[in-house]
Design a binder for this molecule. Structure first.
Ligand code: NAP
Length: 342
């Protein structure tokens, strides 16, 4: 593993982060269930491979359940609990954890939001589930139109002063919101976020020229989610192999973007398939896999980008970690980027 400073926070982190949105799971009693023991093994394997940065969220259940009806709140926080259990035997100085707040954690009116009331409650719940006394990086999971940015930032600054979090960041916000947050230090003396977390990969480039660029220009790190386009960039779907994958068990994954899904219909459309086949050839010519090349593309693009790995099997994790050893020239990075521009 290789390590670098997480932006200007000075905290040394692995170039790859391990994410806990999806954990190893299987069908039981008519629904997807997280396999706790397999998840703990996977997280501990990540730690043994040198990953010291783990990402989770208050709302993560270890499996995706946006479409459960009625909504399933009982499993909110499952990923935090499992992560806490997996890391409990390690020195707290040897790893960093990020978690998130904003999404709906229960049925009550104020069980969501980036306002002071919900944030204060959610950080307590997260710390209890993680069995930790502080979180290194606390993230606003998405924009909240009902709460002023000043209130959110002030609450985050208070949590920093109380020692419950070390730094805060924002995720899924617009470029305009990022600039508004950054301007806080000039107009209100509030400390702005030190990093962002956004979706970015070879197939999803919408944020390249705005959020990602603004972050780089302001020395903010970017935690990159879905770096493999949820597995599409790993190549298996090119060969029609979807056994035990998200594509097989998540209905929304196969829907078109226009129908409320985002993924297969967009990422696997015909233009991309051709580019993916060429990409596979480039990877083979380098003696590496598609996932390794796709992750290396991000790592080699800039020192402020930190891909968050998703994996449901140890083999996927072991394969992907090797990407830190792949060096690409600026010219190669540019050429691969162009291949997927549609
Ligand atoms: N802030 C946010 O709103 C937000 C949103 C999404 C995610 N995140 C964070 O980002 C993390 C990563 O997101 P992601 O899971 O979408 O990342 P991803 O890397 O794009 O997708 C991971 C999935 O790709 C497949 N895969 C990975 N390596 C593979 C390999 N070597 N060969 C074949 N298939 C492989 C696996 O799918 P199968 O399990 O189907 O095999 C794996 O679960 C999450 O855990 C979470 O921490 C944050």
């Amino acid at each position: 593993m290789k390590y670098k400073s997480f932006g200007k926070t000075g905290i040394k982190v692995s170039e790859l982060i391990f994410g806990t949105w999806y954990l190893p799971n299987h069908m039981a009693n008519g629904r997807r269930q997280v396999n706790k023991q397999a998840s703990i093994k996977l997280i501990q394997r990540a730690y043994d491979l040198g990953i010291n940065f783990f990402d989770t969220a208050d709302v993560y259940r270890g499996v995706y359940e946006r479409e459960a009806n009625p909504p399933d709140y009982e499993r909110v926080g499952t990923s935090e609990k499992i992560l806490g259990e997996a890391l409990k035997g390690y020195d707290r100085e040897s790893y960093v954890v990020s978690t998130k707040v904003m999404g709906r954690t229960g049925p009550l009116l104020n069980n969501s939001g980036a306002n002071r009331k919900h944030i204060k409650k959610s950080i307590q719940m997260s710390l209890e589930r993680l069995k930790m006394d502080y979180v290194d990086f606390y993230i606003i999971h998405g924009p909240d139109e009902d709460t002023s940015i000043e209130q959110t930032a002030r609450t985050m600054n208070l949590l920093e002063e109380e020692g419950l979090i070390l730094h805060y960041g924002i995720s899924n916000h617009s470029a305009l919101d990022i600039v508004r947050f950054l301007n806080l230090k000039y107009f209100s003396a509030l400390e702005p976020p030190t990093f962002i977390q956004d979706k970015y990969n070879l197939l999803e480039r919408e944020l390249e020229e705005n959020n990602i660029k603004i972050a780089e220009d302001n020395s903010l790190s970017s935690m990159i989610y879905s770096p493999l386009a949820q597995g599409v960039l790993a190549g298996r779907y090119l060969r029609g192999d979807k056994k035990d994958s998200r594509l097989e068990y998540e209905k929304w994954f196969s829907r078109k973007k226009s129908d409320g899904g985002n993924y297969k219909g967009y990422w696997l459309h015909e233009n991309n398939k051709e580019a993916l086949k060429k990409f596979e050839e480039i990877a083979a010519s380098k003696g590496i896999t598609m996932s390794q090349l796709a992750l290396a593309w991000l790592i080699n693009r800039g020192r402020y980008l930190f891909p968050i790995l998703g994996a449901t099997r140890i083999e996927q994790l072991e394969e992907n970690v090797e990407s830190v050893e792949v060096s690409l020239s600026t010219e190669e990075v540019g050429r691969m980027g162009q291949m997927f521009k549609t």
